[in-house]
Ligand binder design. Sequence first.
Ligand SMILES: *Cc1c(COP(=O)(O)O)cnc(C)c1O
Length: 392
Amino acid sequence: MINVVQPSLGERELSAIREVFESNWVGRGTKVEEFQEGFARHIGVGKDHVLSVNSCTEATFLAMELADIGPGDEVVLPTICFVGVANAIASRGARPVFCDVDRRTLNPTVADIEAVLTPRTKAVAILHYGGYPGDVVQIAALCKERGIQLIEDAAVSVASTVDGKPCGTFGDFGVWSFDYGKIVVTVDGGMLYVRDPELAARAPKLAYFGLEQTSGYNEALRSSTRWWEFQVSSFSRRSISNDVLAAVGSVQLDRLPGFIERRAEIAAHYDRELAGVDALHQPPPLPEGHTTSHYMYWIQLDDGIRDDVARDLYARGIYTTFRYAQLHKVKAYGADVRLPQSDAASASTLLLPIHQGLSDADVERIVGAVRDSVSERREQGRLSASPVRKAA
Ligand SMILES: *Cc1c(COP(=O)(O)O)cnc(C)c1O
């Protein structure tokens, strides 16, 4: 089965893990520091503004806490968004307010966001669909003008930029994911970016039980002669990363440009070979100055044939899916809104496999299967819808 996502983990990652094992220290240490420094360089921010954590979801929960989201607050997010973001909002006692998205890019436009702002809006959380930056520049400007905090879920846009500025750094907080299905993979892991220096200094404490003291192991960092005693400044959890995962992350970050290059080739192949297929829409062209991480390649299918095409491809050994199922339809969030553009996108969008492990032959096989399925299913659709023509 050809999967939609797949990590590229190999000998370099294994030897990085071996090195950590042999050091006899697998907890949070120098490898985490190195990974944070490398990632901060990658997104062009100071190293004290990033924190390596155990998942992107955890980073999102931390961001909502640092943003002081609480009961009575509203946080706007697109309905086509990752479930963990809505949970992070709701877990603070705040209300997730879902907005519509552009039907073709599946990103919220600045107008979609603006339409649902109220005096209670304390923050806006957006993601970059499939790696496309979307209206992030305009949305960041709107938030700044209204005094609203912006949280960017950059989980799938680790190499996406607008005019050279990395996604995840336009707002007050950015979060990235390195789970098994992302581009940079540490098996599990995430990164948090915090723009405000004071909040950035609080983040590591929030991520480790709210402890005020550091370990006494390093004499230079000892704060007292009884280093085992402590105070807590918040009732926090344990969200930190470790040297094993961080060592893998540094290798993956080094390999990232190669990953993106291959993904861009595959996207270009799809662009070329699926152009002009009847009833099939491709992702819109990227606006000038935007780059994408090519995390997803999505097609949109007319005539209600999307589900059938997904089944046909599955039968031919090609797994496809749709992300992200609309959150305003999830009962627990208690939303009662109509979001027609995202309804249309959700009914027609299919994600094709795109990852650096795909061979040219794989991509050709996928293209052939999509073409076959679309033409067969359309033919069937036409026949069942118009019996007159069938008789003729
Ligand atoms: C994967 C993903 C997450 C969650 O990442 P974890 O590291 O698994 O917690 C969040 N947002 C988006 C858009 C994702 O794709």
